[in-house]
Design a binder for this molecule. Structure first.
Ligand SMILES: [Zn+2]
Length: 217
């Protein structure tokens, strides 16, 4: 399914945790990449996708990392070798990202910022999965890029499971906080599993009422 201004880029098709996704946002005269996949091969998938979509490599000007985990940051080294762009991440995950990738985070986020593209992309601090996890909300097309704050297992959305979370309680609090923000969320794009294309806010609301444990994560 297509979302205006957002391309879903499945990476690492055969990895142990299955597919991890990156997202390419068509911003105002630039492309914004959200997450980088796990490996050099994933970086190549992203680079190919930029071309396939009729854009130039130079159009990529910014990469936002939803959190520090290797399956979201592992493609960064290769991307940085090939392309020129700025890096954005939350302050609490920044040290780990810089250590693992050897690349400086150019813009350090706290949550509450607004990236000016697409009429405004809101940065929301949604800790729990990692302390510095963020979600991005693109109001214009009612899309939430949730990183690993939630993931989907089969047809169900689930809160980041405890064994994958720095702070499981905080992960639930983050979902609660997000619901209380009362954003018009239609689509929820997740790092792992199937994306939600309608009724996103409602699906998130149900999460905390009927919590489920995923079979796999
Ligand atoms: Zn993760």
């Amino acid at each position: 399914m297509a979302i205006k201004d957002v391309q879903i880029v499945p990476c690492r098709v055969t990895g142990p945790r299955g597919v991890v996704k990156s997202f390419l946002i068509s911003g105002d005269d630039r492309l914004i990449l959200v997450d980088t996949g796990f490996s050099d091969a994933d970086a190549d998938i992203i680079i190919d996708q930029i071309e396939k979509s009729g854009r130039k490599h130079e159009d990529l000007k910014l990469c936002v990392l939803t959190h520090r985990h290797g399956d979201h940051t592992g493609g960064l080294k290769k991307l940085k070798k090939t392309l020129k762009f700025k890096l954005m991440a939350h302050e609490l995950d920044m040290p780990a990202i810089q250590k693992a990738t050897g690349h400086e985070v150019d813009t350090v986020l706290k949550g509450g910022e607004r990236i000016p593209d697409c009429g405004g992309i809101r940065v929301i601090h949604t800790p729990g999965h990692t302390h510095g996890s963020i979600s991005l909300y693109i109001g214009k097309n009612r899309t939430l890029i949730a990183g690993d704050m939630v993931l989907s297992a089969g047809k169900h959305l689930v809160v980041s499971p405890a064994y994958l979370s720095d702070d499981p309680e905080q992960a639930e609090e983050s979902v609660k906080k997000l619901i209380e923000m009362n954003l018009a969320i239609e689509k929820v794009l997740v790092g792992h599993g199937e994306d939600i294309f309608e009724g996103g806010a409602e699906r998130l609301g149900k999460l905390l009422i009927a919590r489920r444990t995923p079979d796999t994560a």
